[in-house]
Design a protein around this ligand. Structure first.
Ligand code: GRF
Length: 187
């Protein structure tokens, strides 16, 4: 199997990046992570790129030339698939159009509910019975593209923001690789 060359965009912890790197080392996983782009110099996730010898670049999204810079590196490493994993910046329309159907994101709620930030506190405020995570294609609207996979769990009385984050991330580590396998199984 020829694996697609993928890039993961991050801004923070990078636990999904770490999880995707370990999956991408499996023989039958459809993508190989060949590049990491971080919007922040000090993002902890960059340490995983270093540890696993994956090329990485820091592209400050406030830089007015950032789209060109990102596209330069995506071309240089022949990237044909993009995974956003905790990337806190808006991806430009140009990149989304070029990577149409080949750029995906993971979001910590059951979309279309709770788009945007601070999902866990809003889930608690609304007394939701269930929450979870969603992997979806990226389009030009925030957390809006076609859904690939959702995974959910039931809330319990003692849940707080920390417990919801832990439970949601545990599901994310299953959902993201499964979504990628699903995409390429159907192509
Ligand atoms: C994840 O919860 C993801 O759903 C959201 O940002 C978080 C990133 O976590 N988009 P990490 O950086 O992968 O640890």
């Amino acid at each position: 199997m020829v694996k697609r060359k993928a890039c993961v965009f991050i801004s923070g912890q990078g636990s999904n990046l770490k999880n995707l790197i370990s999956h991408s080392r499996e023989k039958n996983f459809p993508i190989n992570i060949c590049l990491v782009i971080s919007s922040k110099k000090n993002a902890h996730g960059v340490s995983y790129a270093k540890k696993f010898n994956i090329p990485y670049v820091i592209v400050d999204a406030n830089d007015k030339n950032h789209t060109n810079k990102i596209l330069y590196f995506l071309r240089k490493y022949k990237i044909s698939f993009i995974c956003l994993a905790g990337y806190m910046k808006i991806v430009s329309k140009r990149i989304i159009n070029i990577y149409h159907k080949s750029i995906i994101n993971i979001h910590p709620s059951l979309l279309p509910k709770f788009k945007g930030l601070n999902t866990f506190s809003r889930v608690l405020e609304k007394n939701e019975k269930k929450t979870g995570c969603t992997v979806h294609y990226v389009n030009n609207k925030l957390d809006d593209g076609k859904i690939i996979i959702k995974k959910s769990f039931n809330l319990i009385k003692s849940d707080n923001q920390d417990s919801l984050k832990l439970k949601t991330q545990k599901l994310e580590y299953r959902a993201y690789p499964e979504a990628i396998i699903k995409i390429f199984r159907n192509r």
